[in-house]
Write a protein that binds this ligand. Sequence first.
Ligand code: F6R
Length: 357
Amino acid sequence: EKGLYPHYMLKEIDEQPLVIRKVISKYQDASGNIRIDSELRNSLKEADRVYIIACGTSYHAGLVGKQLLEKVADIPVESHIASEFLYNRPILSKHPFFIFISQSGETADSRGVLVAIKQLGYPALTITNVPGSTLSREADYTLLTHAGPEIAVASTKAYTAQIAVLALLAFDQAQAQGRAGQMNPFHELSMAANAMEIMINKKEMMEEVVWQYLNASRNCFFIGRGVDYYVALEGALKLKEISYIQAEGFAGGELKHGTIALVEEGTPAIALVTQSSVRANIRSNVQEILARGAHVCMISMEGMEEGTDQIVLPAVHELLTPLVSVIPLQLIAYYAAKYRGCDIDKPRNLAKSVTVE
Ligand code: F6R
């Protein structure tokens, strides 16, 4: 029930801090350790490469998951769009392990890959929001995202829950390999939940951004580097699907290799700065487009902000920034769609679960 909320999407955006806390409680055992099936742990431990398969927003969570598994657990990971993987299968490693990410657990493109790799005898884990869904039943292992039913077509809380579960999976592996550092993933996730809540309580700020930057525009760029680029892709997808504004997510450094030709006086762009390693480079990319007249909204993380940035996010662990930086992007998409009078929960041409290839 959406209760007092005008739209399910807004309700689901607001639920995200609670969902992260729910993930923490479901995955933390009585002694504070990560609760993950030991067979799953050992199977993943034997893998020489992980293949993450998903579509749309779940694919974007998979890109963040790749970063988490590589940086935290030192496992090589490839993230693939399911429909491409199915018809252009890459050469696989000797001991591949597959992770399917799907809110619904019913996506036909992802299922196509699952069926194909099970025929080859490879192990598979499904990360899904729906217990008993097809992808869950057909994989060897399931991790649930515990986000509760997601009704709005545009995925929000499923994405952040997927990232939280991927983070715990990565930490569990790091521990299994005896390489976990000092970081307590539950503590860091709970700090992230608090930061998400702070952003959710600043909705007027995102409404104002829409008013200032997207009021009359037909297009918008989202830029970032590293994990910020992955979140930029998700921000662009959200804006496209519910407000019908043409949007593109770009790696900051790639703009000047062609796309910058599209930047003219007043072109809106949203730039993310949450990673200290690329902070200077992304700021210089922003200068390049500002010089060509772009109207840039800066979203930075505390400690990396400059006085003129429009939105400053509370600082969280560097690997968990997507949980926080996606919130303003979800809200920007929401308000842009609202101002345009779009059918926010049921955008045109889209279905909640895509059961054809
Ligand atoms: C975007 C969106 C879609 C889904 C995609 C995969 O907001 O909802 O891009 O993420 O269709 O769906 P699942 O996760 O159910 O496999």
